[in-house]
Write a protein that binds this ligand. Structure first.
Ligand SMILES: O=C(O)CCC(=O)C(=O)O
Length: 298
């Protein structure tokens, strides 16, 4: 599929060099495009158009209200230190090692505040406004802590989430809300996303666990006429980035002096159905609202 935004613009303006500027203060996004003749064109896009065209967008800054954020930040530390106030452990916890990325699966099961942040905030509603979904359900989460000084062991290799999500029938109706639990700056090793890559189809060439970003990137076959660009998800604490299951993304090391903490929430809408008969853990609790809460119902 050709990215619909580039096709529309190229037909009119012969765009050669796009650059993107995101304004997360409102639901609108300014896109600046340099044309072949040096003219600068500005487009105002809604988040919905941006998500469709780029395969990701950043939700308005206050999507996660301060009252949820503070308790969720405390919850994150408790889960990191293996204290689970729900009495239920996460589905996997590797133990915290400050020398590398820590990925704790289904942390929302293990802490009341993390669960409340998903279920009681306006997150589901904001997402549905962007995706046009009639229903939004959490089917997994990952608490991600990228410690300062973890160097290459803190990186996340370029990948499409779909590579790890083969228990769903199709690519559509599957997305991730990446919630920043601290301010994420360029030096924190922010998640980086490749605009338009969700239109390249499923390539199966990424690797979350490969820290050699350059070699990995060089091995990915970019379809003819497409280009590889990287946009950093620079977010305030409580900010949310939303990406499609096929959008390439990854991250570099954290060279700041603070941990980069986030909860990545994997979601489906009414279009996504599990592969019939698949017994994977992540599609085995869809009827259980404690495991897999529906956070929006239109
Ligand atoms: O946190 C990162 O840098 C990448 C996270 C990721 O791969 C995801 O949320 O799908």
């Amino acid at each position: 599929m050709v990215n619909p935004l580039w096709r529309r613009i190229e037909g009119i303006n012969q765009v050669v060099l796009p650059s993107l500027i995101f304004n997360t203060k409102s639901a609108r996004v300014v896109v600046k495009i340099q044309t072949g003749k040096g003219f600068l064109i500005q487009y105002i896009m809604t988040l919905q158009v941006q998500y469709t065209a780029q395969g990701f967008c950043f939700l308005p800054d206050r999507t996660i209200d301060q009252k949820f954020l503070k308790t969720a930040q405390e919850g994150l530390l408790a889960v990191r230190d293996e204290t689970f106030d729900t009495g239920v452990p996460p589905s996997s916890h590797p133990g915290y090692d400050p020398g590398k990325l820590c990925k704790i699966n289904n942390a929302h099961l293990a802490n009341h505040a993390l669960y409340a942040m998903l279920v009681e905030s306006t997150l589901g509603e904001r997402i549905a406004e962007v995706t046009g979904s009639k229903m939004v359900q959490v089917w997994a989460s990952q608490l991600l802590i990228k410690p300062p000084g973890s160097e290459k062991a803190g990186r996340v290799g370029w990948h499409q989430d779909r590579q790890y999500w083969q228990y769903w029938q199709r690519d559509e109706g599957l997305f991730t809300a990446w919630i920043a639990l601290d301010d994420v700056k360029e030096e924190s090793g922010p998640m980086q996303l490749v605009p338009g890559s969700h239109c390249w189809g499923f390539l199966g060439q990424g690797d979350f666990f490969n820290s050699d970003q350059e070699t990995l990137r060089a091995s990915i076959e970019i379809p003819a006429g497409e280009r590889w660009e990287e946009v950093s998800a620079l977010l305030p604490a409580g900010g949310v980035s939303l990406h499609h299951s096929l959008t390439f993304h990854g991250s570099q090391e954290n060279i700041s002096n603070r941990a980069r903490c986030s909860l990545a929430v994997h979601l489906r809408d009414e279009q996504a159905e599990p592969v019939l008969g698949n017994k994977n853990y992540y599609v085995s609790h869809l009827g259980d609202m404690q495991y897999n809460p529906v956070i929006f119902q239109g």
